[in-house]
Design a protein around this ligand. Sequence first.
Ligand SMILES: C[S@@+](CC[C@H](N)C(=O)[O-])C[C@H]1O[C@@H](n2cnc3c(N)ncnc32)[C@H](O)[C@@H]1O
Length: 333
Amino acid sequence: MSAETPVCQLLERQGTDYRGWLWVAPPRDAWLEHGEGRLLSADEAVLAAWRARGRPAHSPFEGVDPAPPGAVLFWPKSHALGEWWLLWLCAHLPPGTPLQLVGENQGGIKRVLKALAALGLGCRKLDSARRCGLYATRLDRVGIDPDEAWTTFEAAGIRLVSHPGVFGHGKLDDGTRLLLEQLPACLAQEPAAVGQVLDLGCGDGILAAWLARRGARVTAVDVGHFAVEATRRTLAANDLEGEVLASDVYTALGERRFDAIVSNPPFHQERAIDYGPAGRLILEAPDHLHPGGQLILVANAFLPYPDLLERAFGAFDILADDRRFRVYRAIKG
Ligand SMILES: C[S@@+](CC[C@H](N)C(=O)[O-])C[C@H]1O[C@@H](n2cnc3c(N)ncnc32)[C@H](O)[C@@H]1O
């Protein structure tokens, strides 16, 4: 099985014996998934793919093998999130554990030199090819608690807890704001009648918290474990209750149905046959709604969601359009 992604192709040509190593935040790649070692990832879709192959896979919120022979950190696009992973590895793995850091030049892998130097960790360049770089260091205790990366801010009267890598880190999205403006008119006025509502792609939990405050019995899901943790913390910070699950679109929900599904769905490059998570969210929504239940979502006005909504529901309304964003509502007959 050959490596598929440029970062894994760079790793594949190293002489390192990676048996038992921890792969931290990697992309989907068959070479890794058929190979050796354990996965540490905050992406539920990647975790599920490894578990489906019977491979050991954990999120950082579940703990990890305390002493792997080494770890490879795939540097994420968000530099702040890369720094968090670095602090987490320093705090959880034994000092002296070999760490390799790999990433694309475009994704800012060269910035790891500064990040490592700031923590007093040495750094050696191992290789570069396919527009990627590979660096090596050894972990050490650096005395900074990775939990310090959690931040809080206020928006729409809600105290939001966020983390690097979580959507909208530190501010309310304009699309979400437009969606929130439409929600009161869509939901029952009596809190007890709002019913069971699914927030799909919950991010920092802004919609889940708003809905719970309004009286909804909320289930919130996100593919990102940082988002799941952020939403749990947001609900707790506002003394609100709700169920929060890691889920790739509807996968963790089985056959469950709701009175409403509310979402600012993830933007995804449209491909010919696969519309990505947002396409699955819309096309499978009727299977997860009670009769009369509604899907309410906001999206960039240029996205081809009207076609998908028509295919899934037969008809839909546009509740708001500020030229950048549109809020759609479709009701299951
Ligand atoms: C545009 S953000 C909206 C976040 C939040 N609801 C808000 O309004 O600020 C979309 C969210 O969908 C999540 N997401 C992306 N792919 C997903 C998938 N396959 N299944 C579930 N959630 C997904 C992202 O992690 C992100 O938190």
